[in-house]
Design a protein around this ligand. Structure first.
Ligand SMILES: Cc1cc2nc3c(=O)[nH]c(=O)nc-3n(C[C@H](O)[C@H](O)[C@H](O)COP(=O)(O)OP(=O)(O)OC[C@H]3O[C@@H](n4cnc5c(N)ncnc54)[C@H](O)[C@@H]3O)c2cc1C
Length: 261
């Protein structure tokens, strides 16, 4: 297989120079989806820019993560809040998770498990593109605008950790196979709830950012309500999905699988 010219910047400044000088350079996170495309000359880029060695991009903590943080890191670092940890844990097997990155997952958009979790957290995304100021944008707005097309995702941040979180994936068979729909929800102080959905045929987006106040009670009532909300919205998302893919919906009944807390 002929490979592209590979550039491996070690700082964001160097990365910015690469993007400016080679506008056709394709970013590579873990390469789990991108590298197999190189087998076909029609989808092989002239230049690939590796993000793994860019300083600061592989880290993760309580309130943010770099785009090159691997799903393994997100799944195993106890500082990473649910539902992002659960989302990362739910993807593929250990070999893929050790390579795949959150930036690649969000850029790919489908099935978008990590994007759903980040939306539920209220994340912002930092984008870098030639001719544009580097900056943070709400992820929901960025995705709605078709980002990160033409830009490199540098990282994600959120401003509060949830008091409770749920991450659910609906798959065709018991907990295995690609998801049909993913739902992530977070409950924050003051009874605020943010709920997001994604799937192979559902662009990651927010379904709800607030819950009706009377339905939110203290303690267990909160958790019960959150569960109800996720089930209800998840079912609605799945129904919408099956409507749009009616021709492909034959087969075993989808099974609801809870992953994470
Ligand atoms: C067996 C298997 C099961 C999977 N199951 C799921 C699942 O259940 N849910 C789910 O959500 N995903 C699933 N995936 C997808 C998996 O999460 C992706 O392989 C992974 O997220 C891609 O990440 P990567 O870092 O390897 O991306 P790459 O392969 O490096 O890149 C993918 C695309 O994103 C672009 N890109 C990469 N990083 C950036 C960046 N920082 N900024 C802008 N663009 C960028 C690349 O140019 C490329 O177009 C599965 C994959 C496999 C192989």
């Amino acid at each position: 297989m002929t490979v592209p010219e590979v550039v491996a910047p070690t700082s964001v400044a160097e990365l910015a120079r690469v993007l400016r000088d080679r506008p056709d350079a394709v970013p590579v996170g873990g390469g789990t989806l991108e590298v197999p495309r190189w087998a076909d000359p029609r989808t092989r880029p002239a230049t690939a820019v590796l993000l793994a060695g860019v300083e600061g991009l592989a880290s993760a903590d309580r309130l943010g993560c770099g785009a090159a943080a691997t799903l393994h890191t997100l799944a195993t670092d106890p500082r990473v809040p649910q539902p992002l940890r659960a989302a990362a844990r739910s993807v593929a097997g250990p070999a893929v998770r050790s390579l795949a990155t959150v930036g690649g997952n969000v850029a790919q958009a489908a099935p978008g498990c990590l994007a759903a979790a980040l939306l539920a957290l209220g994340a912002e995304v930092e984008l870098l593109a030639p001719g544009r100021p580097r900056g943070w944008t709400p992820l929901a707005d960025a995705l709605a605008a078709g980002e990160p097309r033409g830009a490199v995702v540098l990282g994600f941040r959120w401003h509060e950790t949830p008091l409770g979180a749920v991450f659910r994936k609906t798959t065709r068979s018991q907990g295995a196979g690609p998801p049909l729909a993913t739902v992530a929800a977070c409950r924050f102080a003051g009874g605020r709830v943010r709920l997001a959905v994604a799937g192979p045929d559902i662009p990651p987006h927010l379904l709800a950012v607030e819950a009706p106040a009377p339905l939110i009670g203290p303690g267990a009532a909160d958790a019960a309500y959150l569960r109800w909300l996720v089930r209800r919205q998840g079912r609605l998302a799945l129904e919408a999905l099956l409507d749009t893919t009616a021709g492909r919906s034959a087969g075993p009944s989808p099974v609801d699988t809870e992953k994470g807390n």
